[in-house]
Ligand binder design. Structure first.
Ligand code: NDP
Length: 288
């Protein structure tokens, strides 16, 4: 029978463990880890993400600070805020919700964040550390995928893994983590030829494409594990529905384990953000 990898359940375990560790941190150091969340503009999806992050932070005992800037904010205003947060020793993690309005330079913003406080793991220094197999702050979504995979594969060594998608926030760090776990990793993308045949040889398929239900049963080797990162809003039978990049109904009978959408990778991302904030706080208070 196919195992449904339950992101709600596993993310709650991560949250509970993090809450325990946060409480020990508060006892040891007399302050709570602090997370600053910066939102520029009024994008409805971003507002929901920020609200959920702040809610989760409160749940685990992390002190959250919300900064809402108007969509018309200048690069200088945003940079000033980041410099202020970088200098504040009670703020251990800084997250700038992406995407930013078009007139702002996303790369410059990510570069401005102190790498020690970069709880998204997007700063080039942290990206480089991950490539060297030596990262302390790892991007949250791929970290969540690895925790889910560990539930079905305590040892990933020697497995053939295919990552579909090569974005900086999901595909590339996912490939780096799988490689670190001793998988043989192939990354496929929009220019790859014969994607279906490459995927069908994999023990593990991670789909991070942004194309609703693109991955079909014929792409999956019987008994493979499938992690679906995609979140796509579609309309079906006159109703709005969230689906992944994997055609769940088609693939589920073929796979040995699969994540659902919703309730799969999504909740893991926020749980891992809490884990990273605690990690950043520990690194900062314990640094020599
Ligand atoms: P991006 O758009 O940044 O990257 C998509 C990747 O998929 C690119 O590398 C692109 O290739 C590749 N791709 C696009 N179309 C095809 C195709 N037809 N065949 C093969 N490859 C293709 O997306 P993200 O990585 O940011 O996100 C991917 C999905 O994951 C989205 O649905 C997003 O909403 C979701 N997501 C979910 C999160 C969660 O918490 N669950 C967190 C982050 C994202 P190329 O590089 O050649 O253009």
């Amino acid at each position: 029978m196919t195992v449904l990898i339950n992101g709600k359940l596993i993310s709650q375990q991560v949250i509970d463990e993090t809450a325990k560790e946060v409480s020990t941190f508060v006892e040891d150091f007399g302050l709570a880890p602090g997370l600053a969340v910066v939102l520029v503009g009024e994008d409805p999806a971003s507002q929901v993400y920020v609200r959920n992050k702040v809610k989760r932070a409160e749940e685990v005992g992390i002190r959250s600070l919300e900064y809402k800037l108007p969509a018309t904010s200048s690069q200088e205003t945003l940079d000033d805020l980041i410099q202020k947060l970088n200098a504040d020793s009670t703020v251990h993690g800084i997250l700038v919700q992406l995407p930013l309005p078009d007139h702002l330079n996303e790369e410059a913003v990510l570069l401005a964040i102190d790498p020690a406080k970069d709880v998204d793991g997007f700063h080039p220094l942290n990206v480089g550390a991950l490539a060297c197999g030596d990262a302390s702050l790892v991007p949250c979504t791929p970290m969540g995928c690895m925790i889910m995979l560990a539930h079905v594969h305590p040892d990933l060594s020697g497995k053939q893994a295919v990552v579909i998608g090569r974005s900086n926030i999901v595909g590339k760090p996912m490939a780096a983590l799988l490689l670190q776990a001793n998988c043989t990793v192939t990354v496929v993308h929009s220019r790859t030829k014969n994607i279906e045949s490459i995927c069908s040889q994999a023990d593990i398929v991670v789909a991070a494409i942004g194309r609703p239900e693109m991955v079909k049963a014929s792409w999956i080797k019987p008994g493979a594990t499938v992690i679906d990162v995609g979140i796509n809003a579609i309309e079906r039978d006159g109703k709005r529905k969230l689906v992944g990049d994997v055609d769940f109904a088609d693939v589920e009978p073929v796979a040995s384990a699969i994540t659902p959408v919703p309730g799969g990778v999504g909740p893991m991302t926020i749980a891992c953000l809490m884990k990273n904030t605690l990690q950043a706080a520990k690194n900062q208070v314990l640094k020599p």
